[in-house]
Design a protein around this ligand. Structure first.
Ligand code: NAP
Length: 240
């Protein structure tokens, strides 16, 4: 995609509010968080991590961007992007500084973070700084991602971990790469929750209450995701 086409894609995304309007005052530095993940499904750990990043790093907004076709999951079963986006939208809709974006879900082919960051850097003026937030496990692999040096140049990285997580692997991998990554690590107790734990619970017919917003649980039941046991939607048994 040439630069003008890329700018146009991003401009249209801002226009339909799929990306935030940011950077208007050239004398102000704006900080945009991009919460990158598969979100299969989104859970309270993701939401707490994003809120913590918003507070600790003084962000102006956090954009939740479900990966379209995740690069390292080509041989794994991943729920349709449309469903993962819908759950992300439901989970983030009541927070004024969270926004769910279709930016990656709508893109054709494999989702490369470097491409996303490049498009965003073309869409926004230089006074908008990008903070790419994801799990520390993923950050440990960032040096192996396509165009890793571009990622290092275009964004600050934020690795969210649960307490007690050993950061040595991530730190060593980043250091050995020789690339100039700026990484902040955040300890988030709620990240003891994981998407795979939620999927297992749904399949076993167990409750998701307090693990993800009720609207997400409702969506999972309504659309029969993760081998959910059939129940009448709206029944009081939803959380049993
Ligand atoms: P993953 O390998 O499924 O996740 C690794 C760990 O990080 C899991 O414990 C996961 O927990 C957690 N995690 C994922 N996203 C998180 C977030 N936003 N906040 C807190 N914890 C998070 O990683 P993934 O979801 O496939 O990818 C993460 C991001 O990296 C995506 O934006 C993806 O596009 C990008 N990525 C890019 C490339 C590339 O450009 N080549 C390659 C790989 C990944 P949960 O399962 O509970 O979320």
């Amino acid at each position: 995609m040439d630069i003008d086409a890329a700018r146009e894609v991003a401009r249209r995304a801002v226009e339909r509010r799929d990306l935030p309007l940011l950077g208007q005052n050239p004398n102000v530095t704006y900080r945009m968080g991009i919460m990158g993940g598969t979100f299969d499904p989104i859970h309270n750990g993701h939401l707490v991590a994003a809120e913590q990043a918003f507070d600790d790093l003084n962000l102006d907004v956090v954009v939740f961007m479900p990966a379209g076709s995740p690069a390292f999951k080509q041989n794994k079963r991943v729920t349709m992007g449309e469903d993962r986006y819908a759950m992300t939208l439901l989970a983030t809709s009541d927070n004024p500084h969270f926004l769910a974006s279709r930016f990656e879900v709508d893109r054709e082919g494999i989702t490369y973070t470097a491409e996303t960051l490049e498009l965003l850097s073309l869409a926004y003026p230089p006074n908008v700084e990008l903070y790419f937030i994801t799990g520390a496990d993923a950050i440990a692999e960032v040096v192996t991602w396509r165009d890793a040096e571009k990622i290092a140049r275009l964004a600050h990285l934020v690795g969210a971990t649960r307490p007690g997580y050993d950061l040595a692997h991530a730190r060593n991998a980043i250091m050995a790469s020789g690339l100039d990554f700026d990484v902040t690590y955040l300890e988030v107790p709620a990240l003891a929750i994981s998407s795979s734990y939620l999927r297992e619970r749904v399949t076993a017919g167990q409750s998701l209450r307090y693990l993800t917003p009720d609207a997400v649980t409702g969506y999972i039941h309504k659309h029969h995701l993760y081998g959910v046991r059939p129940r009448r939607y709206g029944s009081t048994e939803l959380h049993d």
